[in-house]
Design a protein around this ligand. Structure first.
Ligand code: BGC
Length: 742
């Protein structure tokens, strides 16, 4: 003990007699770049290579000889994943690794509130700290291109501007605590089908305008310390070692100084991994790992094969130093950060954050006859129908699956929120997936059901006749093909015969409320027969409370859709013209997929092609109403270097407090290239008391009018006529003002 203390005290002093295996303790008071250089100068080639690859499923080694800690990573992005065994996917069986599950990122995006993003990043960061994690594998910001993508629920919607504004506070909130965000999956990973074998073919304008901005914002504005490469290909190179994406754009154009981490098993070639920008390799089953080879991590592409190439002079030591520097920087920023707080897990503050974000992200899609909120001042008879009213949604969905300390089901949430005397009855309605297991974590729920589909409908319909309100809770459920990693949905329709159940309930009771739990748009052939519809996402631990808060009006809904809900799949650009899911090459297991729709993704497509959506991007109702006044601008002509302000008064014209998300879109009237009918360039969420008016001011700059000129490889504007729209959704324009760029 005394000997250890003496060594510690003598840290960094050359006079300490060094015996074999005595660690050298580096001076930790210096700034990070100095520490990186100091460490690097003392490391052997083998030590440098050692820190570039995993040593277990989720950790990578440091350099024990120099007292440099390794890194502990964890999924991400909605909660801290339970511990698995060192080298297997089986559960480690800890009893203290249950977490708070926060709402899925689609819900966060639907809040349109950067403050919620900061709260999210911070809360999750605190859970990570407490569990000793240095890198959280998230958030994901792949653009929502098709509603079939099984992982859309882990991303932030279809609009690059919205995703950019929402990702930055998440990253900052987390990294302020000394926990790295690992923004994923960079980039063009827009579907799960053939996720390892799709080769995306996309033009540069589309790449820069649609698919890169959120990553760029995370790096340049959020200062993300790590980025995860995607599984698929771009320009015939895997994205985990893709020269253009990693060296050219990320590290070159954007000046990223952090580490590029491979997706698990996304590395395929040592030479490419070395030269094409990968820094840190993790794996699922790479190189014999699945067979339990001893020291299998030595066989990783950035392990012994790298050392061999270095020994033979086939790899440049400068490239090795660059990688080691980046990984060391990540280590000093996180695991060896001297100022890290302790963090906390499963705190009431985290539950409160999850509940609040959930409540703010739920979107009221429809509310005819003001049927919602449900009365709080008198008891009523409620009938709740549907498997999703019971089913735990935090288990499943792939790597984002969690082991939660608690999860409130919608049924339980409604029961506890209902006023005294309210009768809450339940009918199953349909059977979806009665299993509840992922990666060894089980929900422990018995959802088995022996009645036939027709019997279940008959039971629900009979009970519906006696109820004041019927609340159907359905949607998807994170089972394979139903919003889950590694598979896409088979269709836009609701599964398990839910359309039939909803149609039957609508006939049985006019006061039907549909709560759709999903991370994706679903088809709603019954939309006209149902007076109220709520888009409830996967809401995490506090799901039932968040839903009940909104249904009973304790929270006035204020979320808006971060994606378009199309009427049918053929209305989606990726399906109409975009070649989803790709075309298999005759000579290789590679699926080329042309993003023919170009920049016309989501509402950009619907607006430009005049295809009416089921519910437009940016749509969401409140229990109060808002009136938009006439906007004013400070100038109608703008020159380079100038900005224009747009000021609009918004009034709460109803009788309860509520929040409105005011949106600003811009149209280029006559562009030299095909441009979308309009594009989001600003938004503001404001809370207004009944009768209150607030003025909101947006600033528009020439940058907001720019398109990416692929030939010149730069953002370009052209003089001419533009329009700015103040709107409450992409389809609900309050005012349009023309202006000119000189
Ligand atoms: C997923 C990543 C995840 C990683 C580790 C991969 O299969 O694509 O998003 O972070 O596994 O679990």
């Amino acid at each position: 003990m005394i000997k250890q203390i003496l060594i510690l005290l003598a840290a960094g002093m050359a006079t300490v007699p060094v015996v074999a295996d005595t660690p050298v303790y580096l001076d930790s008071s210096r700034d990070i770049e100095e520490r990186v250089e100091d460490a690097l100068s003392r490391m052997t080639t083998a030590e440098k290579v050692a820190i570039l690859h995993a040593q277990s499923k989720f950790s990578s080694p440091g350099v024990a000889r120099l007292g440099i800690r390794g890194l502990w990573t964890t999924d991400g992005p909605h909660g801290i994943r339970p511990e698995v065994l060192w080298d297997e996917w089986d559960q480690a069986g800890w009893t203290n690794d249950s977490c708070v599950a926060f709402p899925a990122l689609t819900c966060l995006a639907a809040t349109w509130n950067p403050e919620m993003s900061a709260l999210y990043g911070r809360s999750l960061g605190e859970e990570a700290l407490y569990r000793g994690k240095d890198v959280v594998l998230g958030p994901g910001v792949n653009i929502y291109r098709t509603p079939l993508n099984g992982r859309n629920f882990e991303y932030m919607g279809e609009d690059p501007y919205l995703a950019s504004k929402m990702v930055v506070p998440y990253v900052k909130g987390m990294q302020d605590l000394g926990v790295a965000a690992c923004v994923k999956h960079y980039a063009l990973n827009n579907q799960e089908k053939n996720r390892h074998t799709t080769n995306v073919i996309v033009d540069d304008r589309t790449l820069y305008e649609i698919y890169l901005p959120a990553f760029k914002a995370a790096v340049q504005e959020g200062g993300a310390w790590s980025i995860m490469g995607a599984y698929n290909y771009y320009q015939d190179q895997h994205l985990c070692h893709n020269d253009r994406m990693l060296n050219g754009i990320l590290k070159g154009e954007w000046g990223f100084d952090g580490a590029v981490i491979s997706d698990w098993g996304g590395t395929h070639d040592t030479a490419q991994a070395i030269t094409n920008g990968l820094d840190l390799e993790f794996g699922s089953w790479t190189n014999g790992l699945s067979n339990g080879t001893s020291n299998a991590y030595d066989n990783y592409y950035l392990a012994n094969p790298y050392l061999e190439m270095l020994a033979k002079g086939e790899a440049d030591p400068k490239t090795l130093d660059d990688k080691a520097r980046r990984v060391l920087r990540l280590i000093f920023r996180t695991s060896m950060n001297n100022c890290k707080p302790v963090g906390s897990m499963c705190s009431e503050a985290h539950y409160a954050a999850a509940r609040r974000i959930g409540g703010e992200g739920i979107v009221l899609l429809k509310n005819d006859r003001n049927i919602l909120p449900l009365p709080l001042d008198k008891p009523v008879r409620l009938l709740v129908v549907g498997e999703n009213a019971l089913k735990m949604m935090t288990v499943g969905g792939g790597s984002s699956s969690l082991k939660v300390q608690r999860e409130i089901s919608p049924l339980d949430g409604l029961k506890s929120a209902a006023p005294a005397g309210t009768v809450v009855d339940f009918a199953r309605g349909y059977v979806g997936d009665v299993t509840g297991e992922y990666n060894g974590v089980t929900s422990g729920q018995d959802l088995s059901e022996s009645r036939s589909a027709q019997e279940l409908i008959a039971d629900a319909v009979a009970k519906a006749a006696d109820a004041d309100y019927v609340i159907f809770v359905g949607g998807l459920n994170k089972s394979s093909g139903q919003d889950c990693e590694d598979s896409d949905r088979g269709s836009l329709s609701l599964p398990y015969g839910q359309d039939e159940v909803i149609t039957a309930l609508a006939k049985a009771n006019p006061n039907l409320i549909v709560v759709n739990v999903s991370g994706n748009a679903v088809a709603m052939p019954w939309v006209k027969q149902v007076p109220a519809i709520l888009q409830a996402w996967f809401l995490g631990s506090e799901a039932g409370n968040s839903i009940a808060d909104v249904l009973f009006g304790k929270v006035n809904p204020s979320g808006k859709l971060p994606m378009t809900f199309p009427v049918k799949l053929e209305d989606v650009a990726a399906h109409a013209v975009g070649e989803y899911p790709g075309v298999k090459r005759a000579d290789a297991d590679i699926w080329d997929e042309k993003y023919n729709e170009g920049v016309l993704v989501g509402y950009r497509w619907h607006d430009t092609k005049k295809i009416k959506p089921l519910f437009p991007f940016g749509h969401g109702l409140s229990y109060t109403t808002f009136a938009y006044g006439k906007p004013t601008v400070d100038r109608k002509e703008m020159a380079a270097g100038e900005t224009m302000t747009v000021t609009v008064p918004v009034t709460n014209t109803g009788n309860r407090e509520g929040a409105e998300i005011v949106q600003l879109y811009v149209t280029d009237v006559k562009a030299p290239v095909e441009r979308p009918a309009k594009e989001l360039k600003g938004f503001r969420k404001i809370t207004l008391a009944p009768g209150e008016t607030k003025e909101i001011t947006f600033t528009v700059s020439p940058d907001d009018l720019a398109y990416f000129d692929a030939d010149a490889h730069k953002w370009a504007t052209h003089p001419g006529k533009y329009r700015v729209h103040v709107a409450s959704s992409s389809a609900d324009i309050a005012s349009t003002i023309p202006f000119t760029l000189k």
